[in-house]
Design a protein around this ligand. Structure first.
Ligand code: ATP
Ligand code: MG
Length: 508
């Protein structure tokens, strides 16, 4: 088998006999892809075959495991009869079974290494989406980020943002005069959304150590790409957290990776399962930006593959950018289903040997209509393709197997403990205490909101104390500024464009 491509399986002639090998060229791996099909038609196994193929070619992979059944990629497969038969049918010889190197991640820290982001990395745009804020509330959040920037307050975890909001509510008048309308009720509404987010796992997700992109771009000593598998069963219960998180990761990749020309193979491939969650109800501004990121991330060598039941789930502008297509069976009973099948059929370069629409409705399990980018980047004629069996296990790992792999992971110990260093919360608390002793105001307001211990800010300006807090304060200002600088250096495109795209860095 050629090493410039991933073997996908074998296409069939109209009489259902072997036609030819079908593969995906690695050099077009960054031209994105789409895997679609109804429930139980073979999407996850196809995703596994692709991920194994990229990994073997030295390309790290990031994927979300919605049902837990993708975890089997970390274990050697078994030579079950139906798999051996299929291997022979697609002329996969030898059919070698092997485990792929994996890193398990889990936002909740249960089924993998915790994966975290800081509040400032998430930025106001994505946070607003996460908390389902109104436009007016988003405006207030933007101002909050601006103030944090100006006053050197690091926003790392949820209590940083909470205490900043408390502070802003107290200074509402002064802030409104400077930046525009900031009302106590609007701040209050954001605080309430924040509490909801906290209960949904936000406390675990926001903080340090935050994920370093380099850790999802590792290769092992044999040159294979590490497959990062994000446990997403629990995460999926909060679709907004799931989709915003993946979007954030995509934007981080976009911001941090330099431009490269046309690479021989992708630098990373990102699988976005249940892609409809990303596009559902997404405001237009966000959709436009997703489109931009998907279009531009290609030049950074990152391939994005969307997986969804229905090709109609993906907006046309995004669909148009997905060069490699694997379409599993779809049903076509209702008019809506027929419409979806027709859309799917229309996106393929027709093959005179069969009717695309009919083929989609007649595909067997683990069989797909496949069209990949061929030389010069032109889509190949669609082929009815029997997908190869994977090298790893089909189905989940046991929890013991998973734990063993987690313990042996190359990132073991790097993320497992949360670190809480001095940031906005601690600084604001200190300032408040200083102001308190200065004016000797005794006010009992250790009033805690839903588990938050909130400092009392005494209304109006909380003057920073002359001593004590200052040196540390300065250090933090420098650090905050530093972070901005570090994160903005990179591509020649410069920060403005990058920032603008997903606003994941809040500022300016
Ligand atoms: N390429 C393949 N080789 C061998 N068996 C396959 C292949 N693809 C699918 N199968 C068989 O079909 C079953 C269902 O496939 P899979 O889990 O990938 O479906 P799915 O589309 O992801 O379903 P769901 O929408 O429910 O997640 C597999 O458990 C496996 O037994
Ligand atoms: Mg599946």
């Amino acid at each position: 088998m050629a090493d410039d491509s991933i073997f996908l399986g074998a296409s069939r002639k109209p009489d259902d006999t072997y036609q030819q090998a079908e593969s995906l060229l690695l050099k077009f791996g960054n031209r994105h892809g789409l895997v679609t099909g109804a429930t139980g038609t073979g999407k996850t196994v196809t995703l596994q075959v692709l991920a194994e193929g990229f990994s073997k070619a030295g390309v790290p992979v990031f994927c979300a495991d919605i049902k837990g059944d993708l975890s089997g990629i970390g274990a050697k497969g078994e030579d079950k009869d139906f798999l051996v038969k299929r291997a022979a049918d697609v002329k996969l010889d030898p059919y070698t079974l092997s485990a792929s190197p994996v890193i398990f991640w889990d936002i909740f820290g249960e089924q993998g290494h915790p994966i975290r982001a800081t509040i400032s990395e998430m930025g106001p745009l994505l946070l607003s989406r996460l908390m389902n804020l109104t436009e007016a509330q988003e405006g207030v959040l933007n101002i909050a980020f601006k103030i944090a920037d100006e006053e050197g307050l690091l926003l790392l975890d949820m209590k940083d943002l909470q205490s900043l909001l408390v502070n802003i509510a107290e200074r509402a008048e002064e802030i409104s005069a400077r930046y525009g309308n900031v009302t106590k009720p609007s701040v209050g509404a954001i605080q309430r959304s924040l509490l909801v987010l906290e209960q949904q796992g936000g406390t675990k997700f926001f903080g340090e150590p935050a994920l370093k992109i380099a850790d999802i771009m590792r290769t092992d000593t044999n040159g294979r790409g590490l497959v990062s598998v994000l446990a997403a069963d629990k995460l999926m219960m909060n679709p907004r957290l799931y989709s915003t998180f993946l979007l954030w990761l995509l934007s981080e990749l976009f911001e941090e990776l330099p431009e490269i020309g046309d690479p021989e193979k992708p630098r990373l491939v990102f699988f976005f399962d249940e892609a409809h969650l990303l596009f559902n109800e997404a405001p237009k501004a966000l959709l436009t930006r997703v489109e931009q990121v998907v279009r531009l991330i290609r030049s950074k060598g990152v391939g994005v593959f969307f997986i969804s039941q229905n090709p109609l789930d993906v907006p046309e502008t995004v669909l148009a950018q997905l060069g490699n297509r694997l379409q599993h069976a779809l049903r076509a009973y209702t008019p809506r289903e027929q419409n979806a099948v027709k859309t799917a059929a229309d996106t393929f370069r027709a093959n005179p040997a069969f009717n695309t629409f009919e083929a989609i409705t007649n595909l067997a399990t683990g069989e797909a209509l496949v069209s990949t980018l061929a030389d010069k980047g032109v889509p190949s004629m669609v082929q009815r393709t029997l997908i190869r069996p994977p090298a790893g296990r089909i189905g989940p790992l046991t929890s013991d197997e998973r734990q063993t792999l987690i313990n042996a992971s190359p990132v073991a110990g790097l993320y497992d403990e949360m670190v809480d260093r001095e940031s906005a919360y601690e600084l604001l608390q200190k300032k408040a205490e200083q102001a308190k002793t200065e004016t000797e105001v005794q006010e009992a307001s250790a009033d805690s909101t839903g588990g938050w211990k909130l400092p009392d800010f005494l209304g109006g300006e909380s003057k920073p104390g002359p001593r004590g807090g200052q040196p540390r304060g300065r250090q933090t200002v420098a650090e905050a500024a530093m972070k901005s600088v570090v994160r903005s250096v990179g591509s020649s495109l410069g920060r403005a464009l990058v920032r603008g795209i997903l606003g994941s860095l809040s500022r300016r």
